[in-house]
Design a protein around this ligand. Sequence first.
Ligand SMILES: *Cc1c(COP(=O)(O)O)cnc(C)c1O
Length: 350
Amino acid sequence: MPFNINTIIRPNIKNLKPYSSARDEFKGEASVYLDANENAFGSPLATNYNRYPDPLQFALKTKLSHIKGVPPRNIFLGNGSDEAIDILFRSFCNPGIDNVIIVPPTYGMYEVSANINDVQLKKVNLTLDYQLNLDGIAEAIDAYTKLIFICSPNNPTGNSINREDIETLLANFNGLVVVDEAYINYSRQKSFIQELTEYANLVVLQTLSKAWGLAGLRIGMAFASEEIIEVFNRVKPPYNINQASQQLALDALQNVSQINNWIKEILSERDKLVLALKSMAFVLDIYPSDANFILVKTTDANAIYNFLVAKGIIVRNRNKIELCEGCIRITVGTPQENESLLNTLRILVI
Ligand SMILES: *Cc1c(COP(=O)(O)O)cnc(C)c1O
């Protein structure tokens, strides 16, 4: 049966009449705007922010469209990817009825968002080599399964998920397959955003928070069919990306070469970090990473974590997470920061 969005959208969202803002009702150019109760005198700042921002962020989407090779109508921008994740639940999952599948160990927000929205979560653990258990996923899918979240490269494990496995899900699942590519800029794997025309049930999440160095602006991207993006746009708060973020992101996107240089440097720093860590006695394993962090299996994650905290260095303790026992997750920093981490670890005796 071909994918049909009408079979998975929540009835209340299907029938939703969205809020119509002043900027929705009049779109052209005018000389006097007295329609939105703004302060026409200005803002007490060097830059004026007295006008409401573009609800659909046309300038920013046009710029992103050139960089990503995806038309603006297939792009949704959220207040971080986290907003896109939440909107997926609110648009497609009936609380108390529907369910979603996640594949732990993975990004924590899918579970939090499911719990906030009172949507049942089915967990199908990754295999021991951190790949999809396709049989387990097939067994978990029922008539009420609306979303499957796949994070690739995966957080916290760092590896990419096999492309053919994701394609198998896309071809056989009648709900949405959400591929979270927050770390795609560091990966050797191809992005799924070129497959939107191939799969009507594909949603790709990316973000400006990681490689683009703009975590503080809170801009996440979802790429999907026009039908899906249209649903997102109806459900989102009217002005979800503020004017300062839209403008600053547009400026930042002029600097593609800076970002590409940083990506190369981070990858080379990652390799150096792996090499140095490998020789340390308490390091049992370092998992292959396609991201800007590494998952390191150690003899005593809690002791290492606490020791580093005492020295003012914070890593992520993943010891309590199933399939990550003994692991810490280390983000690749600047050469100085990485050196400082290594020098500190060299004096650790456990
Ligand atoms: C960091 C991260 C994000 C980014 O979230 P934002 O809300 O866009 O900052 C999304 N997904 C994963 C897997 C991440 O690790």
